[in-house]
Design a protein around this ligand. Structure first.
Ligand SMILES: Nc1ncnc2c1ncn2[C@@H]1O[C@H](COP(=O)(O)OP(=O)(O)O)[C@@H](O)[C@H]1O
Ligand SMILES: [Mg+2]
Length: 354
């Protein structure tokens, strides 16, 4: 469901704006520090209630302003959906078609989006939490029951961790349900990765040439063991340290380049290409499994790739039913040859013109 209209105010250095969006390709062009990434950030807020640059939303709020607002209107044939996100006094407020919603997931369900940027390459390299959530993005959007399962697991984990901190309080009452939900999450993650393997192979052939890229999931507990006995074995250690050591909340996704851990061995350029391959594979899986459109925020591609690879990526993206927002300092950095139509937004010191 492409975004047709975007309005915002109070976002970083950007002046309030009301933009009519192209259904396929939107180029965001402007000099350094003009506000290009901030424009992508505002769309990301509308689709997730989160920034991809910081987990402190107060940083995104414009200096000397107390309210940040993003509003969007999406078209799907006959249907129109209006989405609103507001941040004020440290609280989020979400509106769907004028009605208040109480969960950020309500935004994500309506506005699936994916982001490829220098910021996300870095966090993906540094933190297992981002690598886990890459897998869970796919499951959240493709498997209808995943969100419920994941929420249940988080709730049980929280209860167990709270009990661990109270001396004498039994924890074994949580373990069976926790183990069951945990095994289910692990098995869904595994099938998802098996399913996207064919796309990983296809895109890595195109973008990584001879190097062979594979994914390996680490479950988050002792290899080859089931979760229930692992939880039982951990009880003394968990109690001592006040948290649950084993479970899918400790899982990790390893990216292997010709069989070796890419985080240790790949060059920066190779790492960026590998995360790009992973995202492309996920996007392709998403559109095939759900038959829905997806937004892709593509920040500063020129900083990542040489001209030939940029052209390849732009052509690959044109073949998927995506709505793309791509930033660059020069329009010529982004090859639009494979696209039927597009729109250019110029950003200059926070002012956006079409
Ligand atoms: N909370 C804020 N309020 C006002 N300006 C900000 C805030 N946070 C960052 N900025 C400024 O916004 C400008 C635009 O940043 P950015 O969107 O990253 O630019 P670009 O991606 O075009 O290089 C920068 O000059 C930055 O200093
Ligand atoms: Mg930028």
């Amino acid at each position: 469901m492409p975004l047709a209209l975007l309005e915002f105010s109070g976002v970083r250095n950007l002046s309030p704006a009301r933009l009519t969006i192209h259904p396929r390709l939107n180029l965001v062009v402007g000099p350094n520090a003009s506000g290009k990434t901030s424009l992508l950030e505002s769309i990301h807020l509308l689709g997730t209630g989160k920034s991809f640059r910081t987990n402190r939303l107060e940083k995104v709020l414009q200096h000397n302003t107390d309210t940040l607002t993003v509003f969007g209107r999406c078209h799907t044939g006959a249907d129109d959906v209006a989405l609103g996100y507001q941040r004020r006094d440290g609280e989020n407020e979400i509106h769907i078609n004028g009605e208040k919603a109480d969960h950020l997931a309500a935004l994500a369900q309506r506005l699936p989006l994916q982001i490829i940027s220098p910021d996300t390459h870095f966090s993906f390299l540094k933190h297992a939490r981002f690598r886990r959530s890459a897998i869970d993005w796919g499951l959240f959007h493709v498997e209808p029951e995943f969100f419920g399962l994941w929420s249940r697991y988080q709730r049980l984990l929280k209860q167990r961790n709270a009990a661990l901190k109270q001396p004498g309080k039994a924890i074994d009452v949580w373990d069976d349900s926790l183990a069951e939900a945990g095994e289910q999450i692990q098995s869904q993650r595994r099938s998802y990765l098996d399913r996207i393997k064919k796309y990983i192979d296809q895109y890595s052939k195109q973008l990584l040439h001879d190097a062979d890229m594979t994914l390996r999931l680490r479950s988050g507990w002792r290899q080859g063991e089931e979760l229930a006995p692992a939880l039982k074995e951990d009880r003394a250690r968990d109690r001592e340290q006040g948290f649950t050591h084993s479970g899918p909340h400790r899982a990790d996704l390893e990216l292997l380049l010709s069989g070796f851990d890419a985080r240790q061995e790949a060059s920066q350029g190779q790492w960026k290409l590998m995360t790009l391959v992973l995202r492309l594979a996920q996007l392709e899986d998403f559109v095939i499994e759900t038959n829905r459109d997806c937004i892709l925020l593509l920040d500063d591609l020129a900083a990542e790739l040489d001209q030939q690879r940029r052209r390849q990526v732009m052509a690959l993206l044109a073949s998927l039913p995506l709505q793309v927002f791509a930033t660059a300092t020069e329009q010529s950095h982004l090859d639009t040859g494979a696209w039927e139509g597009f729109k250019v937004f110029h950003v200059e010191q926070g002012h956006i013109t079409e």
